[in-house]
Design a binder for this molecule. Structure first.
Ligand code: URA
Length: 435
């Protein structure tokens, strides 16, 4: 078999067989198929697409390209949750302790931020001493002992995807449904959880900008997960504006803590309750979504959820006192308001631009090697549909450098459209996809 022939076949609209996909993934992972040939293949897939069988085959081959974690030593139905990425998406920080406090085992693999989207690992490192570099044994022991552990993606987990994603990132081939679905699901399958709950984002801050594409991606991933024998469901949620108010690592941690104390933004709380209900149900800890939701509301009200976060932070080397005293989280030296230039209603926020503001402030990575400042970012005060008066604060900006602050501020103002037409607020949850 020759990679050249496979590229030609896909370029001309052909369908790759299981055997051909296996050859391609194995050869690329082993370094026998060079980046330039794989780049050409990715572009051919981008234009010609992959059918359901090809997508499933690509997913399984990438999942099997490294270690498949065996979590059978952990008691109960292990759950994992994955978001396709967005701005202000601090969901795992609140959701994981919420469900773990109900006895749902959370064995989660997380990533760092790249580009305009943030990553759970960076956010968690706002807790002094916290580390996700724990061994597989420690990971399993923590899930068994306290019901929750989060680790970074190891080099041995779905290495084919790791290599391929890096290539897609620089060849404009990320935003293809089959490639995103196989990339995410290969990692989820290799990470070993029994039940997978997916949060597929839609809108200007998401990979999938159009709702119908997001639903198609959700359906594809549910089909793959279910086909691989894992209980899988997805929700499609809005990312046409940031989630909650805070964007930036330590600021988001603070907002997640507020949410666990029952004082979080309503949209963010709603998302956590919805995803959490499906995780609780999938783990067999409730008999209906309604019952699960009620259980989650209770664990926030009586403090179990916030105490679980403290326990989790401590178990991974972090300072748990910061959970109870979030004023001790990293703080930026310059804090200023961004004032509205006019009266009116917020019509639109170009969501990925707000993520870029945080990036400019130093809160995100331009490249995988960049170092970040956990303290910087923005806290929005006005979201789509809100009325605003001239001079009123649209957001508080947290910066470590005046030049960066000015650059982020002008970009922030350009991302907001304010005029005098009242706006109907759109629902956060667009729909649920299950088998
Ligand atoms: N996240 C991933 O892990 N892979 C993609 O292709 C897109 C988002």
């Amino acid at each position: 078999m020759r990679m050249y022939d496979l590229i030609m076949k896909k370029r001309n609209g052909g369908v790759l067989s299981d055997e051909e996909i296996r050859f391609m993934v194995k050869g690329f992972t082993a370094g026998e198929i060079p980046d330039y040939q794989m780049s050409a293949m990715m572009m051919a897939v981008y234009f010609q697409g992959m059918n359901e069988d090809e997508t499933l085959s690509l997913t399984m081959e990438m999942a099997k390209s490294g270690d498949m974690l065996d979590l059978s030593d952990i008691k109960g139905i292990k759950t994992d949750k994955h978001s396709t990425g967005g701005v202000g998406d601090k969901t795992s920080l609140a959701l994981a302790p919420m469900v773990a406090s109900l006895g749902v085992p959370v064995a989660k693999m997380s990533g760092r931020g790249l580009g305009h989207t943030g990553g759970t690992i960076d956010k968690l490192e706002s807790f002094k001493g916290f580390s996700t570099e724990i061994s597989e044994e420690q990971f399993k022991e923590n899930v068994n002992r306290i019901g929750i552990a989060i680790m970074g993606q190891t080099a041995d987990l779905a290495p084919a995807d790791k290599k391929l994603y890096a290539l897609r990132d620089v060849t404009a081939t990320v935003d293809n449904m089959s490639l995103i679905a196989s990339s995410i699901m290969s990692k989820k399958l290799a990470a070993g959880a029994d039940a997978i709950v997916l949060d597929v984002k839609t809108g200007s801050g998401a990979f999938m900008k159009k709702e119908e594409d997001s639903f198609a991606l959700a359906r594809e991933m549910v089909r793959i997960g279910t086909g691989a024998g894992r209980s899988t469901m997805a929700i499609v949620s809005d990312m046409d504006q940031p989630l909650g108010f805070a964007v930036g690592n330590a600021l988001e941690v603070r907002e997640a803590i507020d949410t666990l104390n029952g004082r979080g933004p309503k949209d963010f709380e709603e998302l956590c309750l919805t995803l959490g209900s499906y995780m609780t149900l999938a783990a067999g800890k409730a008999s209906s979504v309604e019952e699960a939701r009620q259980m989650l509301v209770s664990c926030i009200a009586d403090g179990r959820a916030v105490n679980k976060l403290a326990e989790f932070v401590e178990a991974q080397g972090g300072d748990k006192d910061m959970v109870y005293h979030p004023e001790r989280l990293p703080k930026a030296p310059i804090i200023e308001e961004i004032q509205s230039p006019c009266d009116g209603y917020v019509q639109r926020i170009v969501c990925d631009e707000i993520g870029i503001c945080s990036l400019i402030l130093g809160g995100g990575r331009e490249t995988k090697e960049s170092s970040i400042d956990l303290s910087v970012g923005l806290v929005l005060h006005k979201k789509v549909g809100d009325a605003v008066r001239k001079g009123e604060s649209l957001a508080t900006i947290h910066a470590n450098d005046r030049e960066k602050l000015e650059a982020a501020k002008s970009r922030f103002l350009a991302a907001y459209t304010i005029n005098d037409m009242p706006v109907t607020k759109k629902p956060l949850i667009k729909g649920i996809v299950n088998k």
